[in-house]
Design a protein around this ligand. Structure first.
Ligand code: NAD
Length: 288
């Protein structure tokens, strides 16, 4: 397949290279010349114009910072430049409303399009082990699946347009809440004189079982190896968690969903991110 890939940053760079490894021909575009030249080293054909990168392709994949940029790129560079009938895949994490609107405009212009945000960070993007949660029609999903499989370990059809973004922000809101809960319980256990490793052994096999405790233990030297054991470097940046929480709060407001803990988690990460946006989100334990 011939694929245009727009947005070759921390995530997109590795994803584009994995499409090449899977045998696709990739036209790569990013505003950054450095990102374009790394994509070239990964086997892509680099373009300095997004519209030209979209000419003659079967599919367009985007991995961009936010909803406004996604809208600008599709409306300015993709629609009318990618051949009618091409399948369009936006893998960025953006707000649900923009995702739905851009997909509606794509369909009106004769394209099949999905929102396909990812779970998994830079290592999963490089290793081709992302999980994609996909929103769109059955037909669009069927066409997008082959492209996504080359970049991930799981591709799940979540529902109609926007359902991928909905799944992503609900998942990450839950993750933020369980992370904060885990850090509170571990710190309180320690303050009460219980060895945190004993607490981990007990709770990870009891009803306190949860992903942050069992698979990403946020205290150095306790439980499984995680960013906590590397001074909270690497992993999933606090700034990105805050971005997702803000998207979750915006979406909650749009449907009057009650998210008291989601709101509180957002406030905690807002304060923490002021000075610690680059640290892994489990470093929120430092606030305790
Ligand atoms: P990044 O900032 O490293 O990359 C974004 C790239 O987009 C940059 O190279 C930038 O130059 C390029 N860009 C910006 N505007 C552009 C335009 N108009 N045309 C072409 N290129 C443009 O960000 P990232 O970490 O790769 O994240 C990308 C998306 O993936 C975001 O939506 C993010 O929320 C999501 N995400 C990131 C992670 C992670 O761990 N980094 C995990 C899951 C999801």
């Amino acid at each position: 397949m011939k694929i245009a890939f727009i947005g070759l940053g921390n995530m997109g760079g590795g994803m584009a290279a994995n499409l090449v490894k899977a045998g696709h021909e990739v036209n790569a575009f990013d505003l950054s010349a450095d990102a374009r030249s790394s994509a070239e080293s990964g086997g892509c054909d680099a373009y300095d114009d997004a519209k030209r990168a979209c000419e003659g392709v079967d599919a367009v994949v985007t991995m961009l910072p936010n909803g406004k940029i996604v809208r600008d790129v599709y409306e300015g560079d993709v629609f009318g430049h990618a051949p009618e009938g091409a399948v369009l895949l936006d893998c960025s994490t953006i707000d649900v409303a923009t995702a739905k609107d851009v997909i509606a405009k794509a369909e009106a212009a004769g394209y099949d399009m999905v929102d396909a945000p990812v779970s998994g960070g830079i290592a999963a993007a490089n290793g081709g082990t992302l999980t994609f949660m996909v929103g769109g029609t059955d037909k669009a999903f069927g066409r997008a699946e082959e492209v996504l499989q080359a970049m991930g370990k799981a591709v799940i059809h979540a529902g109609d347009a926007g359902a991928g973004q909905t799944a992503k922000i609900c998942n990450n809101m839950l993750l933020a809440i369980t992370m904060i809960g885990t850090t509170e319980a571990m710190t309180m256990a320690e303050k009460l004189g219980l060895d945190p490793q004993k607490f981990y052994e007990i709770s990870s096999q009891s009803s306190g079982y949860c992903w942050p405790l069992n698979a990403y233990t946020p205290m150095p030297g306790v439980g499984v190896e995680s960013p906590a054991d590397n001074d909270y470097k690497g992993g999933f940046a606090t700034a990105l968690m805050l971005k997702d929480l803000r998207l979750a709060m915006e979406a909650a407001g749009s449907v009057d969903a009650k998210t008291a803990l989601g709101r509180h988690a957002t406030e905690i990460y807002e304060v923490f991110a002021e000075e610690n946006g680059g640290l892994d989100f489990s470093a929120v334990i430092k606030t305790l």
